[in-house]
Design a protein. Structure first.
Length: 184
């Protein structure tokens, strides 16, 4: 599978880290793009993002990457966490950065685009932008962790959301998620 994973300035960098930890770059082609605010939030929340070997990293201010063209065949894009500002710019089709152009391409080519907003509460503008994106074919997967499996750590709590992302991608959860299966 060929994937684009992007992170923006919403709180929730742990979701990005845990998703990167679960996708094997030896089995999948993985490209990573971080917005400037995404890098800032990562530094504040995690210290640094541990990017697995084999993940292709790209600047957010270049159009010299394959996934910003509709002629390049990619399977899915995940924006996690997705700020409401980013969600709104994607809904408006601004395409002013690598991340936004890629999301625009995924929508226009009818490829899987998964947006994981973490912000709350929502304004009416947020709700309307979300509806616009759902109507355009995006999957909105709010970072609303589940408590059914009685997670015992913050990582396990974040993994409840990451497991849903992996499910939408059609990818199995790796062994780190086995605690969930045992809790059910």
């Amino acid at each position: 599978m060929k994937l684009v994973i992007a992170g923006t300035g919403a709180s929730g960098a742990i979701y990005l880290q845990r998703l990167l930890d679960q996708i094997d770059p030896a089995a999948h082609e993985v490209h990573l793009v971080l917005s400037a605010h995404g890098k800032q939030v990562i530094a504040e929340e995690l210290g640094e993002l541990l990017v697995p070997h084999g993940v292709h990293q790209h600047a957010d201010r270049t159009m010299n990457v394959p996934f910003v063209s509709g002629s390049a065949r990619f399977d899915a894009m995940v924006v996690v966490p997705c700020s409401m500002g980013t969600l709104g710019r994607i809904a408006a089709g601004t395409s002013e950065s690598t991340l936004l152009r890629a999301a625009d391409v995924f929508l226009k080519e009818r490829r899987k685009l998964i947006l994981v907003p973490r912000e709350t509460p929502w304004s009416l503008i947020h709700a309307r932008n979300t509806v616009t994106l759902i109507e355009a074919g995006a999957i909105i997967l709010p970072a609303s962790p589940g408590f059914y499996s009685r997670p015992k750590t913050i990582e396990q709590l974040a993994d409840t959301v990451v497991a849903r992302i992996l499910d939408q991608l059609g990818l199995p959860a790796l062994s780190a998620f086995r605690w969930q299966e045992n809790a059910e």
